[in-house]
Design a protein around this ligand. Structure first.
Ligand code: CMX
Ligand code: CO
Length: 146
């Protein structure tokens, strides 16, 4: 079951400048940073709020580390802005299989490594009314309920 908005993914050209904007303008603090080589991004997670299932919601700022990654291609075409939305679930395997059975293209056969050791997969935006949609299971046990 999808229980919360885990994060909104935002594509940016300059991670430090964008973090600076979010912290100066809204007061949001960096909770975590990492480089995800597989996805081709440097990222910062800004924690917005906790949720009643024990999870949390974040803004994920994404700067491409190479041109031919998903965020790099998207930035080239669209410029900076909202790139995807991510829903949190305790069971990314089960939920993505159920969504695939409804005829939506799930991009990965098996969930892959996501931020903070989460497990992630994506739904094709063309099957989701134009919204690239990520499903996330957090690494922290007990963070979510079914
Ligand atoms: N939101 C909405 N539509 C999008 C999109 C996005 N983020 N990215 C691509 N599209 C659309 C394009 O506009 C294009 O539409 P048209 O054919 O109408 O022009 C179509 O999808 C194909 O786009 P493309 O530029 O040719 O790109 P690809 O098909 O090579 O890749 C996708 C698209 C979704 C398969 C790829 O972006 C992907 O695999 N995404 C999942 C991984 C990812 O996004 N990683 C970065 C985030 C990592 C994280 O969150 O941790
Ligand atoms: Co994401």
């Amino acid at each position: 079951m999808l229980t919360r908005i885990d994060h909104i993914g935002i594509a940016c050209r300059d991670l430090e400048a964008t973090v600076d904007f979010y912290s100066r303008t809204y007061g949001f603090q960096v909770f975590h940073t990492e480089v995800n080589q597989e996805q081709g991004v440097r990222e910062a997670m800004l924690r917005i709020n906790g949720t009643d299932d024990g999870g949390a919601s974040y803004i994920q700022l994404l700067e491409p580390i190479r041109e031919d990654c998903a965020v790099g291609k998207w930035l080239e075409k669209n410029g900076e802005g909202v790139h995807h939305i991510a829903f949190g679930t305790a069971d990314v395997d089960g939920d993505s299989a159920a969504i695939r059975d409804k005829g939506v293209r799930v991009l990965y056969d098996e969930p892959r490594h996501g931020t903070m050791d989460s497990r992630i997969t994506f739904l094709h935006p063309k099957d989701c009314h134009g919204v690239l949609t990520e499903l996330v299971t957090s690494a922290t046990p007990g963070n979510e309920q079914n």
